[in-house]
Design a protein around this ligand. Structure first.
Ligand code: 5GP
Length: 196
């Protein structure tokens, strides 16, 4: 069976990871697409659960072998990508696949899968909210914080390429909105065969 794709993209700090987790808890038909990355593992992360952590060399080898649906160098020498094998695995298990992915990756997936994909852009009404959230997360140094904020500014301009813009100023409101959109989307019938 070919399932559907639910794409959540947002500038860093917009709360998309929290929203994805909450959707996974509430919608049993969904399963999370574990991305591959070459960035170092954070203390609270598990290989094969949060990401498949690869060395930059292994990552580049998989690019050569065309094992990715999409990949990107999101930050300098920090590669992230979606493996074809990951989406196939989840579809074969009967799930619709949910993605927590950066904005360009989200747009690329939406272009590849068209009607089979629901692309949600998670934003905030004021950029200062992003900075506060990133600072309180304590995972960034000043340099990487600055890089994430600059990237966020640029990414905001791409929100119109998504099916829906969800404002996450209040988490419970944003979760409810996403929940409604995703439920409606996965119960609708598709006209398009979809491709990989
Ligand atoms: P983080 O380092 O905070 O886990 O993620 C950095 C950024 O990379 C986030 O915006 C995240 O959504 C994005 N990202 C995670 N997985 C993928 C992926 O498979 N492809 C792309 N293009 N971006 C990803």
């Amino acid at each position: 069976m070919k399932g559907k794709l639910i794409i959540l993209s947002a500038p860093s700090g917009s709360g998309k990871t929290t929203i994805v987790k909450s959707l996974l808890e509430r919608i049993p038909e969904l399963s999370f697409s574990i991305s591959a990355t070459s960035r170092p593992k954070r203390e609270n992360e598990t290989d094969g659960k949060d990401y498949y952590f690869l060395s930059p060399e292994d990552f580049k080898e998989k690019i050569q072998r065309e094992e990715f649906i999409e990949w990107e160098e999101v930050y300098a020498n920090r590669y992230y990508g979606t493996l074809k094998s990951e989406v196939e695995r989840l579809w074969n298990e009967g799930f619709h696949v949910i993605f927590d992915i950066d904005v360009i990756g989200g747009i690329n997936l939406k272009k590849s899968f068209g009607e089979r994909a629901l692309a949600l852009f998670i934003g905030v009404s004021d950029p200062e909210i992003l900075e506060e959230r990133l600072r309180s997360r304590l995972t960034e140094n000043e340099e990487s914080l600055k890089a994430r904020l600059e990237k966020a500014e640029e990414e905001r301009s791409f929100s119109t390429e998504f099916d829906e813009l969800i404002i996450n100023d209040k988490l419970d409101v944003a979760v409810e909105e996403c929940f409604g959109k995703v439920r409606e989307f996965i119960s609708a019938t598709l006209n398009e065969p979809g491709k990989m």
